[in-house]
Design a protein around this ligand. Structure first.
Ligand code: ADP
Length: 479
């Protein structure tokens, strides 16, 4: 089948989060099932400045924005064996310092930028027809909406089926009515049944209402988004589509995340050679200016510093946590108040708490290898990747029972000697501390700890299984 992925980010060309990783790896995995894949993404500045070979194409696209026609050219490169990656080049929209906005807020023309991106993607597909049009997140939602409501404009792909994936329901693309004319949609679309959302219009909602199938990135999250607790106001619309919603857990690229082969590590290890993990720990402690104390458990976090990741819960328990004999390493960036908290914590607990504010891929790998435990008590978590990396690195995760965390980490049971991590059921400081204490008890028994690490490392979250589920979904849609 011919499948077009329309998305705002794709690794390794432009990335702010897990969306990019999924696009970069799922497409390559799907290709192995014999499908013909292409990705369509904006030509952001990192793409224009990329060291990857970009080819100018002869496509000249033109698409309407309000009463204007806006044009774009198309750059092309490829990933995997032959996945074409097309970048829509319209420098006035995409050649900017960052993808979506500045610390002061979102770019004021985001509705126009992504309306144009979606229109341009469809124009490109008119010249390169596909069987499946697969949009991701709010930035590509309008591609589904335009296609479904204005089929006469896109006759070449009229037979295509549509899939829409929600990577994080929190981000919906909500804009005021004054921006509606940019879209050139019929006024009947501005209704509560379609795109209207409490007086504004909501792009994600439009795609949820209209796509043939909706997927999200873990089975548990697929259920959670239909609840008031986690539906971000869209639980009703999602519940109406429940028969067409499926949760497919994201996969991990073990080509990049494997302690046997990881190029960022000076020592390599596997399930049966865990000794070298101790050397990774010593190396990490030294890199972070922590005392090289093998016996002291090292708890790590690598995270965007936002409430979603349970950072306020960590704040609440932090001093109690430090009453235990532990070291803590944090790598992350995000909300200034959280960055400040951790900087202060490093000052308050010298030699016990190491904090690195920023984005540092090599250090992320070294932390995964060197730490004993990985703390990820998210408030909500569509899928989460770090806990799956931690499992592979034998770094036992301590997580909350939400979304993809619940689907990938099994709680330790001392009686049956099963489980790959410590799972907390409630968003409660004491519950989190109890889980840490359970983890520290296991840490004290090296035989139990080693067996647990081995179980964790044996888990397989590679893309093959998940890609097969997407492949089956496409097949069902087209038959
Ligand atoms: P989300 O996409 O919600 O931020 P995920 O766990 O799904 O969370 O994916 C985050 C990705 O970004 C992981 O690959 C993680 O290692 C990486 N990451 C997050 N923060 C940092 C950081 N400060 N430095 C390096 N990598 C980071």
């Amino acid at each position: 089948m011919k499948i077009a992925m329309i998305a705002s980010e794709v690794s390794p060309f432009a990335k702010t989060g897990g969306l990019a990783d999924v696009l970069g790896t799922l497409t390559v995995a799907l290709e192995r099932f014999g499908h013909e894949l292409c990705v369509i993404a904006p030509a952001y500045r990192p793409v224009l400045q990329s060291s990857f070979r970009m080819q100018e194409t002869s496509f000249n696209l033109s698409a309407p924005i309000a009463d204007r026609q806006v044009s774009a050219s198309v750059l092309k490169t490829s990933v995997g064996m032959g996945v074409d990656v097309y970048f829509i080049r319209a420098d006035q929209y995409f050649d900017r310092e960052t993808l979506y906005g500045t610390p002061a807020g979102d770019y004021p023309d985001n509705a126009e930028r992504f309306a144009f991106f979606s229109r341009a993607a469809l124009e490109l597909l008119r010249q390169q027809p596909v069987d499946i049009l697969h949009g991701h997140d709010w930035q590509a939602a309008l591609a589904i909406v335009f296609f479904k409501t204005q089929a006469d404009r896109y006759p070449e792909i009229a037979a295509a089926k549509t899939v829409f994936t929600i990577h994080n329901l929190c981000f919906q693309g909500i804009f005021p009515p004054a921006e509606w004319p940019l879209l050139n949609l019929d006024p009947t679309c501005f209704t509560p049944q379609l795109l209207e959302f409490y007086g504004n219009f909501n792009l994600l909602k439009g795609a949820i209402v209209m796509a043939d199938k909706i997927t999200t990135v873990s089975p548990t999250y697929a259920q959670e988004i239909m609840t008031t607790d986690q539906g971000f106001g869209l639980e009703g619309v999602l519940s109406q589509r429940s028969a067409d919603i499926v949760g497919i857990l994201n996969g991990v690229d073990y080509g990049q995340w494997n302690p046997w082969t990881d190029p960022y590590l000076t020592h390599h290890y596997g399930e049966n050679s865990l000794g070298a993990k101790r050397l990774c720990k010593a190396g990490l402690q030294s890199a972070l200016d922590l005392p090289d104390a093998t016996e002291i458990p090292l708890i790590a976090m690598i995270s965007r510093l936002t409430p979603q990741k349970g950072i306020d819960l960590v704040e609440k328990v932090f001093d109690s946590l430090m009453e235990r004999n532990v070291q803590v390493a944090l790598l992350g960036s995000g909300e200034p108040r959280f960055e400040q908290f951790f900087r202060d914590a490093a000052g308050r607990y010298p030699g016990r708490v190491a904090v690195r504010i920023g984005f540092d891929e090599p250090l992320a790998h070294r932390i995964e290898a060197g730490a004993d435990f990985f703390l990820m008590p998210s408030l909500y978590e569509p899928c989460g990747l770090n806990q799956m990396y931690s499992l592979k690195y034998g770094t036992v995760p301590i997580v909350r029972a939400v979304g993809g965390l619940k689907d990938s980490v099994q709680d330790y049971d001392a009686l049956t000697q099963t489980g790959t991590g410590f799972v907390v059921n409630s968003h409660d400081p004491q519950a989190l501390l109890d889980a840490v204490d359970r983890a520290l008890t296991v840490y004290g028994d090296k035989t139990v700890l080693t067996a647990m690490r081995r179980r964790a490392m044996a888990m397989d979250f590679s893309w093959d299984g998940s890609a097969r589920k997407y492949s089956n979904l496409y097949q069902r849609l087209s038959s």
